[in-house]
Design a protein around this ligand. Structure first.
Ligand SMILES: [Zn+2]
Length: 135
């Protein structure tokens, strides 16, 4: 986990200025992009996925799998990724919300129906991620 001193805090207006409307809606207002519309759900590039808000490395392509759910899915976060998990009781369901611990961006949810070795499916919005290919 990241230590609290590198926590990034910005005002709502600053986030709004930095992010596209779609990224702002998802990461700062806990929205969800429509399934199969994101740029990474069917994407197979080799590299790292960073937080769109603060640039923290969150996921790696090695851990991405084709879940067919319409959002990029990973069976685990990157080593040392600043990931925070919170119980989300919205929409009449109990789910586990996944956030960037560094800047509090909403990323998506984690479900217990993923492949081995973890059995987890981190279902993440494309617009919350910034992909950087390996050289
Ligand atoms: Zn972040």
């Amino acid at each position: 986990m990241s230590d609290e001193t590198d926590k990034i805090e910005k005002t709502d207006a600053q986030w709004r200025e930095q992010l596209t409307p779609e990224s702002y809606q998802v990461t700062r207002l806990a929205g969800t992009e429509r399934a199969f519309t994101g740029q990474y759900h069917n994407f197979k590039g080799i590299g790292d996925y960073h937080c769109i808000c603060c640039g923290a490395p969150l996921f790696v392509s090695d851990n991405k799998f084709d879940s067919g759910c319409g959002w990029p899915s990973f069976y685990q976060p990157a080593a040392d990724a600043p990931i925070d998990e919170h119980v989300d009781r919205g929409h009449g369901m109990i789910r586990t919300e996944v956030r960037c611990a560094r800047c509090d961006a909403h990323l998506g949810h984690v479900f217990p129906d993923g492949p081995q070795p973890t059995g987890l499916r981190y279902c993440i919005n494309s617009v919350a991620l910034d992909f950087k290919p390996h050289e």
